[in-house]
Design a protein around this ligand. Structure first.
Ligand SMILES: [Zn+2]
Length: 428
C-alpha cells in the first residue's frame, strides 16, 4: 500500500520549478514566473518499481496513470572493456538505442522513445487527442511510432533536411501527419510553425522543454541505474541539443535523493558538437544564449556538425529550472567535442562493446574522455554514460523500415506562405 492511499492527494501535480505554484497540467505556465519550467511532484515519494521490463516499470514517477505494453525502456549495464580503455574503474552505460543483444529494444533507436509514449498517454488522460510538435529528426520518429501504436492524431513538423530520417519499424498509421518545411535545415523555424499551427488548427502543442512527460520519460535512464545498482552515479554524461536530458537527469537525481538515496546529486557533464555549441559557450562565458543573433552564421555552423540532433538554437537555458540551474545545482561541466573526436569515440565504443552508437552518443563518450583527462571525473567515481541513440544499422538488420510519407510540403520562405499551403491541406 502506498503512503498516499486513502488520502485525497492527486498522484501527480505539476508545479513551477521556481516558486512551487501548482499549475494546470496541460498549460503549465506560472502566473508569477512565466518563463520558468514546470516540473512534476509525485505523491509517491518512495522509489518503487513495478515488476515489468519496460519504461512503465517506473510508472509511479511517470505522469500518466495509464500504461501500455511496449518494448520501450532503459537498459543499464556495467562496462569493463570501455572502462579499461578510458582508464576508469566504475563505468556504467545507459543504452537507450536498439540492440536486442544487450537488452535494448527501443523501437526507433533513441531515448526519444522514452518521451513520446508517456507524453501521448498523459495528453489522452487530460482529454487531449490531437498533438503537434516540431523535430530535428529523432523526436519525429519516436512520436510517429508512439502515435501509430496508440492511434493518436500526431502532426509532426520537420525541416526538409530531416524528412528522410523519419521512419519506423512498423507501417505508419494515418493518424500521423508529417509536415515538411521545404528547402530548410532550421529546427527553430519548424518550432515556430508548429506553434502557429497549434493555434490555427486547434492542435495541442506538445510543449518541448515545457512538457513534463518528456522529461520524466528521459529521467528513467537514471532511475534504472538506481534500481540496478541501488545508488546514485557520481557523474552523468550526455550530449545535449536542448539540454532537457540534463534537466531530466537532475530532476531524477533530486527525486531519488528525496526518497532516501545518499550522496550528492549526480554531477552533469553535457557535451555539444563543434562548431555549434551554444550551451557550452553560454556556460563557459556566463553569458545568455542569443538565438536570433546571426542566424545565417548559426545555420552554417549547424550544417557542419556530425550530430545534427544536437542542433537546437533555442535551448531552455536561462529559465527557472532550466539548463543553467541544472548545471549550477550539480556543479556541472560542459564540453565542446569536434567531429573527429565524435567519430573516434563511435569507433572506440563499437570496438569495446560490440554495438554501434550514433554520433550524438559519440560526442558524449568523447566528453567523458575529456572529463577524465581534466580530472573532473576521478577514475574511481561511479559514472553513468548515457548512449542516447545508436543509429539505424541494427534496426535495419532486424526490420523493414517504413518511411513516414510527407502529408504536406510547405514553403519555408515565409510563415504566411506556409500557412496558405497548410490551410489548403487542413481544409475539410
Ligand atoms: Zn512560479
Amino acid at each position: 500500500m502506498s503512503e498516499h492511499d486513502g488520502l485525497n492527494v492527486p498522484r501527480v501535480r505539476v508545479v513551477c520549478a521556481t516558486c512551487g505554484a501548482v499549475l494546470r497540467p496541460l498549460d503549465p505556465r506560472c502566473p508569477n514566473c512565466p518563463s520558468a519550467l514546470p516540473r512534476t511532484e509525485y505523491a509517491q515519494r518512495r522509489f518503487v518499481t513495478q515488476d515489468r521490463g519496460d519504461i512503465f516499470r517506473f510508472a509511479a514517477w511517470l505522469p500518466s496513470a495509464a500504461t501500455t505494453a511496449t518494448p520501450v525502456g532503459p537498459t543499464v549495464f556495467r562496462s569493463e572493456r570501455l572502462a579499461a580503455a578510458l582508464g576508469v574503474a566504475d563505468l556504467s552505460v545507459a543504452f537507450s538505442g536498439y540492440a536486442p543483444e544487450i537488452g535494448a529494444c527501443n523501437a526507433t533507436g533513441t531515448f526519444k522513445d522514452f518521451e513520446a509514449l508517456p507524453t501521448l498517454l498523459y495528453l489522452r488522460e487530460h482529454g487531449c487527442d490531437r498533438v503537434v510538435l516540431a523535430s530535428a529528426g529523432s523526436t519525429a520518429r519516436a512520436f510517429a511510432y508512439a502515435g501509430t501504436t496508440l492511434g493518436f492524431a500526431t502532426t509532426i513538423v520537420v525541416p526538409e533536411t530531416a524528412a528522410s530520417s523519419v521512419w519506423m519499424p512498423i507501417p505508419p498509421s494515418d493518424s500521423v501527419r508529417l509536415i515538411v518545411l521545404a528547402d530548410s535545415g532550421d529546427y527553430a523555424a519548424a518550432i515556430r510553425l508548429a506553434g502557429l499551427m497549434a493555434e490555427r488548427y486547434g492542435l495541442h502543442s506538445e510543449g518541448g522543454a515545457r512538457n513534463v512527460a518528456r522529461r520524466d520519460g528521459m529521467g528513467t535512464a537514471v532511475l534504472e541505474y538506481a534500481r540496478v545498482q541501488q545508488r546514485l552515479p557520481r557523474h552523468y554524461i550526455q550530449a545535449v541539443g536542448s539540454g532537457t536530458g540534463g534537466i531530466a537527469a537532475w530532476e531524477a537525481g533530486m527525486r531519488l535523493r528525496a526518497s532516501g538515496f545518499e550522496g550528492p546529486l549526480p554531477q552533469l557533464h553535457l557535451a555539444q558538437n563543434v562548431p555549434f555549441t551554444p550551451i557550452h559557450d553560454a556556460w563557459t562565458s556566463q553569458r545568455p544564449i542569443e538565438p536570433d543573433r546571426n542566424v545565417a552564421g548559426q545555420l552554417e555552423r549547424i550544417a557542419a556538425i556530425s550530430a545534427p540532433v544536437l542542433a537546437n538554437r533555442t535551448p531552455p537555458y536561462d529559465v527557472g529550472g532550466g539548463v543553467r540551474d541544472a548545471l549550477e545545482a550539480t556543479a556541472g561541466h560542459t564540453y565542446a567535442v569536434t567531429n573527429a573526436e565524435v567519430h573516434a569515440a563511435q569507433r572506440l565504443f563499437e570496438a569495446c562493446e560490440g554495438v554501434p552508437i550514433g554520433p550524438e552518443s559519440g560526442a558524449a563518450l568523447a566528453a567523458l574522455g575529456q572529463g577524465v583527462a581534466r580530472s573532473w571525473i576521478h577514475p574511481a567515481d561511479p559514472t553513468l554514460l548515457h548512449v542516447t541513440g545508436n543509429g539505424d544499422a541494427l534496426l535495419k538488420r532486424d526490420f523493414a523500415l517504413h518511411s513516414v510519407p510527407t502529408w504536406c510540403r510547405v514553403s519555408a520562405a515565409g510563415e504566411s506562405g506556409a500557412l496558405r499551403d497548410l490551410d489548403r491541406a487542413f481544409a475539410p
